[in-house]
Design a protein around this ligand. Structure first.
Ligand code: HEC
Ligand code: HEC
Length: 221
């Protein structure tokens, strides 16, 4: 190929790439509206409440967040909005043993949160997350204590550098709280010791399981 041939190849190649780029750009923009619905003011306010109440400290959304509670990305496809509203305002009224705390969400705030969750439900995520990892050991653990693993305590607590950060590091918790009765009371109802505690109550566990947890916690010195 002579100089001219190379030049023609270059010019033609560049032109072709440019045309492909334009076609793909137009194609992407024409699909944008159907991939994610419009963000209204209510959706935006709902997103702010999602942060205010630190929902992500317990839930995942789009695959990100904590593994303690169910993924919220497609929640309005799974349960009706009337249920969501009741649940958000007072989870314990819907399910007396709900592990989700009563966060003090007002009716109006619930509507905004639902608008946000309805928006995320409609976002085309290409099937992501493939399968939420609730209840897995993804957040760490490996303490060898069955009750601690089973109840996913490590989604909120760190022991020896492993676990989540929604609750305090409990590597040496027995030094702060050496009394088994303190732990029993705290497990049954964390808010009776720390008002507004974000830790869910574990009163529903069997005595065996509670004892197993308390014995374990008292070894953490
Ligand atoms: C302290 C942890 C925690 C926080 C914070 C939390 N949740 Fe939950 N949530 C849970 C748990 C655990 C469940 C599973 C049901 C149960 O046992 O309560 C749940 C369940 C739900 C459900 C019902 C899901 C279903 O399929 O029935 C919705 C909706 C929900 N949460 C939304 C939220 C929103 C929105 C926020 C923030 C405003 C939030 N949660 C904050 C722990 C939490
Ligand atoms: C959703 C997050 C969350 C989960 C799950 C959770 N905790 Fe907590 N935990 C907290 C928070 C927040 C605190 C601090 C407020 C308080 O003392 O109640 C706390 C405090 C504690 C404390 C006292 C720590 C200190 O230094 O005073 C202990 C002990 C404890 N948790 C044990 C457990 C055990 C055992 C489990 C599992 C059965 C568990 N937690 C599950 C959030 C959580």
């Amino acid at each position: 190929m002579g100089n001219k041939g190379v030049r023609n190849l270059f010019v033609f190649g560049s032109f072709l790439c440019f045309v492909v780029l334009v076609i793909l750009t137009v194609n992407t923009f024409s699909q944008l509206d159907s991939r994610a619905p419009k963000i209204t003011e209510e959706v935006d306010l709902g997103k702010q409440l999602w942060h205010k109440y630190d929902c992500i400290g317990c839930h995942t959304i789009f695959g990100n967040g904590s593994y303690f509670a169910p993924d919220m990305t497609k929640i309005t496809e799974k349960v009706p909005k009337s249920y969501l509203k009741k649940f958000l305002v007072n989870p314990r009224k819907v399910n007396p043993s709900a592990a989700m705390p009563v966060l003090g969400i007002t009716d109006d705030e619930a509507d905004k949160l639902i608008a946000f969750l309805e928006w995320t439900s409609k976002v085309d995520t290409n099937g992501w997350p493939p399968k939420p990892v609730l209840g897995s050991k993804a957040s760490g653990g490996g303490t060898g204590n069955v009750a601690y693993e089973k109840n996913n305590c490590s989604s909120c607590h760190i022991i020896d550098g492993v676990g989540g950060t929604s609750g305090p590091d409990i590597t040496h918790v027995a030094l702060r709280h050496p009394d088994p009765q303190w732990h029993r009371k705290h497990l049954d109802n964390p808010a009776s010791i720390t008002p507004d505690s974000a830790m869910p109550p574990y009163a529903q566990l069997s005595d065996d399981e509670k004892n197993q947890l308390i014995d374990f916690l008292l070894t953490l010195k």
